[in-house]
Every structure is written in C-alpha cells, then in structure tokens.
Design a protein around this ligand. Structure first.
Ligand SMILES: NC(=O)c1ccc[n+]([C@@H]2O[C@H](COP(=O)([O-])OP(=O)(O)OC[C@H]3O[C@@H](n4cnc5c(N)ncnc54)[C@H](OP(=O)(O)O)[C@@H]3O)[C@@H](O)[C@H]2O)c1
Length: 279
C-alpha cells in the first residue's frame, strides 16, 4: 500500500518516520517548499515525488497535513488527480472539511482529526476518522497507527477535534498570559508551584510544554482558532474563542516564528521582552 503525505511538517514527518519503521511505503513532495520542510524530508528515507500531482496519482492513501488555511486550496489543486483515498487531517471546521473534500473527484474521502500531540505520541497518536472511506483509512492500523472510526459522515471527526481545541487552546493562552506576567515580576516559579498544588501531579511539566508549544506553533494555532470560531459562532457569540484567536495572532507577531524548539519557557518570555524593548 502506497501512503502519500501532502505537506511535510511535524505531523507528516513524525507519522512517516513511524510508518517507515514498520515497513510501509511512504512518499511526499517537497518541491518549492521551505528549507525547514526540505530538511525534515532529508532526515528520513522516503520516496520524493517531483510534483503534488505525481504524489496524488501514485498514492493509495493520500493524507493532507498542510496548514488549516491551505487545506481547501490543496484539495482543489489535487482533487482531479487523486486516484486513491484522500484523507484531510488538518484542523478545520466541519464545513471547510466538506468543502475541501468536495474537490476530490473520485469521492473516496474521509475526514480525520489528530487528538493530542504528534510530537509526544508519535505513530501511536489517537486519530479519529469519519466519512465514507473511514474503514479503509483505519487499515493503516496494521502499521501501528491508532486510527479510530467514529462515524460515517464527513465533519464528525472535525467537530470533535475543534471543540476539544476550543478548550485546550483557551487554557494554553490563559496559562501563557499568567506565566508571562509572573515572569516579568520574577515570581513565575512560585506561581507554577501554587497552581500545581490545585491542579495536581504532572501540571508543571504539561504547563511548560504548553507554553513552549504555544510559541513554536503560534501561527498554526491562530489558524486553528479561526476554524473553532467559525464552528462555535453558530451556537454562541464565541467570546472566549475570539480572545484565544487574538492571543495566538499577537503571539505570532511578537515572536515571528521560532525555528528551533527551546528547552525552557523562559527563553520565549525573554524573546518577547527583547522585542518589546526594541519597539
Ligand atoms: N502538530 C500536531 O501535533 C497537530 C495536531 C493536530 C492537528 N494538526 C494539524 O495537522 C496539519 C499539519 O500540522 P503540522 O504541525 O505538521 O504543521 P507544520 O509543521 O506547520 O507543517 C505544515 C506543512 O505543510 C506544508 N504546506 C503548507 N502549504 C502547502 C501547500 N499548499 N502545498 C504543500 N505543502 C504545504 C508546509 O510547507 P512549508 O514549510 O513550505 O510552508 C509544511 O511542510 C495542520 O492542519 C494542523 O492543524 C497538527
């Protein structure tokens, strides 16, 4: 079975490495992509196609893991060439998942959502899938993936993911804002310690990881929050998700992308301080 990845960032490179280690046949295309993406593809030995069209024509299962804003565009570009099953794994709203998948002319599609961090869980990360070809996608479990079918309709997997995101990203934004203020007052260690007393074991470690991830993936998280807002605004005025979305946009402007994941959350706060001192 030939597995193709459209986009080769954290998700695709992590899943590819795991799939290759289980003997799967994995391809991508990095023509015209950033140095970061080309670097990730160089680190592992997978097939490199010359174009997205070649990738789409040769894959039995093609997984779109680009960015939320690119999900529809990529499906539009590739739709007529996709020969196998096309899976959208981007964090997009149910309506945008339906729109993206409507461009896949052979109709062999499913909507998938990653629950949790790919970086932490690797190939075993929990992936929810819904839609007409969910069962065929779940056959990748034979290579050690953890794909769970949750329904027959496109949009079900996306909706669960986005509502979960509304909660987790809101918490991350609040945590970041709280700890940054504490850092500026020189009491971040103490604030972490006293929140941990109520939040319980493992809080400090997960808080630090959330702060670092918020900064490293601020652009993607801002895009994901736009998708959350689109979904939530159908049933409420989405005040909290609007604030979270603004938070991640501002964070991205302040740090403008970090190439390497820092070990320590203080490095991120220092970077913001430096930037603010300059302005
Ligand atoms: N990381 C996670 O743990 C996680 C969890 C849940 C869901 N997701 C979802 O999974 C998707 C991928 O996430 P990620 O963390 O892997 O993102 P990422 O690290 O930012 O990587 C995105 C990749 O897509 C490429 N790309 C962007 N536009 C493209 C286009 N038009 N054609 C081909 N490639 C394109 C980028 O190339 P350039 O570098 O050249 O821009 C990059 O290789 C996102 O939609 C995200 O919402 C991620």
């Amino acid at each position: 079975m030939k597995i193709g990845f459209l986009g080769f960032g954290e998700v695709s490179s992590t899943l590819s490495a795991g799939l290759l280690s289980k003997g799967a046949d994995v391809s991508t295309c990095v023509e015209g992509r950033s140095l970061k993406t080309k670097g990730l593809a160089k680190e592992i030995e997978l097939n490199l196609c010359k174009s997205n069209r070649e990738l789409a024509e040769s894959s039995d299962i093609l997984i779109s893991a680009v960015t939320p804003f690119q999900a529809v565009e990529v499906a539009k570009e590739i739709g007529k060439y996709s020969k196998g099953i096309y899976i959208d794994i981007n964090n997009i709203s149910p309506s945008r998942a339906k729109e993206a998948l409507s461009y896949i002319e052979n109709g062999k599609t499913a909507d998938a959502s990653i629950i949790g961090s790919v970086r932490k869980n690797g190939l075993n990360v929990n992936i929810l899938v819904s839609g007409p070809y969910a069962k065929q996608f779940a056959e990748l479990n034979q290579y050690g993936m953890n794909i769970n079918i949750i329904g027959n309709e496109i949009g079900q997997a996306s909706a669960i993911k986005l509502l979960r995101s509304s909660f987790t990203k809101g918490i991350s934004a609040l945590l970041f804002e709280t700890l940054y203020s504490a850092y500026k007052m020189g009491i971040d260690g103490e604030v972490l310690k006293y929140i941990a007393e109520t939040e319980g074991e493992g809080f400090r470690e997960s808080a630090v990881s959330r702060i670092i991830s918020s900064a490293v993936h601020s652009k993607r998280k801002a895009e994901e929050m736009e998708e959350v807002m689109e979904l939530i605004s159908k049933s409420s005025d989405a005040k909290m998700s609007r604030a979270t979305s603004e938070f991640f946009k501002q964070l991205y402007n302040e740090i403008n992308g970090i190439e390497k994941r820092p070990e320590n959350y203080k490095e991120i706060f220092e970077l913001i301080n430096k930037k603010n001192r300059k302005n």
